[in-house]
Design a protein around this ligand. Sequence first.
Ligand code: URA
Length: 216
Amino acid sequence: MEVFNFSANNSILSNFVTEIRDVKIQKDSMRFRRNIERIGEILSYEMSKNLNYSSINVITPLGEKTVPILNDKLVLCSVLRAGLPLHQGILNYFDSIENAFISAYRHHLTKEDFEIKVEYLATPSLDSKILILADPMLATGNSLVAVYDTLKKYGKNKQIHIISVIAAQEGIDFVSKHFPKNTNLWVATIDQKLNSKGYIIPGLGDAGDLAFGPKL
Ligand code: URA
């Protein structure tokens, strides 16, 4: 798996990532969602440089020009519920992308031990399409692998791009072991470790709760 880590170079992206981490700012859930959306927009733009284009002729009021236009058929799949603001950011750039939604949640067996449960899926066929997986927090990588194992049954995709906001190195290593070799990861930043509950340290906390409020 090739990893594109956008914290390697300074850009405005790091302002948005700082705001979603900062305990004084992240509690404003509207701002939290919008920042994740903005990160999704930037990572989409960067990922778009890796897609396939063909040439068309565009007629302007004053002439004609041959221009490149996106050729790939894309399906965007988000992991509910934390993936929704990132999903919106990606949708903002890819006008005619198809959409899939999947649920993957941590079912706790003990306080620290959990398994990933996938219960809901709505997807178009993935045959010959580019699959984009949106998951803001790539922590253990267990949810992404569970999602991929489920989606595999719905057609043979051409390639997979994972878009993530914060990833832990451990999760990247796990995903890279279980996904096809030509998978790309587009990530705003990478943190060093996970705590015993599988949260990214320093990370930002629970992305789903920050975006949508606490759950039972
Ligand atoms: N999901 C989150 O929301 N935060 C983490 O740190 C890990 C998984």
